[in-house]
Design a protein around this ligand. Structure first.
Ligand code: TMP
Length: 208
């Protein structure tokens, strides 16, 4: 099962992904916990270009293509082999982040960005996508409080950009309602973890 964790900045999805991976491993499931952009050495090099604050001049289409290139490398080297071995893959961000950030917020168009990504993914989608939904005001305030988190190039975008990210994610949840579950990420972390955990285990079909 290929599970992706998506959401605007400051949704807490990374902490939830860590906690859920730990809980599923304790039940005996074999888990690959990974992230995008990155997850392999080449894809992490591309991540460095994408998130480096000095790359303010990066062209929007070049940005979308680099995210898709990093995705492709990560799928081929890491995600598809793990799925073939029967692992559950938990990926922090994936395709839908490109649709929301580059397609929606950057204004390239969701379907244009989907097209370049379908080339990268050979038309494959995640089995389950959890959307950790939070308002940008709330999410950005959380990031500002978290001294351990390094501010990246996309965090520097204006509030309007982050509002479009959130709205596009919500539109995607309607468009892909068969694979999407919306989780209210403004609730306390333990409640968010519990709700996400239930959404996953109810779909595993093998309660342990
Ligand atoms: P992170 O902070 O969750 O590691 O995410 C890295 C940043 O990259 C975040 O601002 C979202 C952005 N991003 C995109 O714009 N498009 C994408 O396809 C992905 C995977 C991430």
């Amino acid at each position: 099962m290929f599970i992706t964790f998506e959401g605007p900045e400051g949704s807490g999805k990374t902490s939830v992904a860590n906690e859920i991976s730990r809980k599923l491993e304790a039940l005996g499931y074999s888990i690959l916990r990974t992230r995008e952009p990155g997850g392999t050495p080449i894809a992490e090099d591309i991540r460095e270009i994408l998130l480096n604050k000095k790359n303010g001049v990066l062209d929007p289409r070049a940005e979308a293509l680099l995210f898709a290139a990093s995705r492709r490398q990560h799928l081929v080297e890491k995600v598809w082999p793990a799925l073939a071995e029967g692992k559950i893959v938990i990926c922090d961000r994936f395709l839908d982040s490109s649709l929301a950030y580059q397609g929606g917020a950057r204004g390239l168009g969701v379907d244009n960005v989907l097209n370049i990504n379908l080339f990268a993914t050979e038309g494959r989608y995640p089995d389950l996508t959890l959307l950790f939904d939070i308002s940008p005001e709330n999410g950005l305030a959380r990031i500002a409080k978290n001294a351990n988190r390094e501010v990246n190039r996309l965090d520097l975008e204006k509030l309007e950009f982050h509002k479009k990210v959130r709205q596009t994610f919500l539109d995607l949840a309607k468009r892909y309602s068969d694979r999407y579950v919306i989780i209210d990420a403004s609730l306390p972390l333990e409640v968010v973890v519990e709700n996400a955990y239930k959404a996953i285990t109810s779909r595993l079909g093998d309660p342990r």
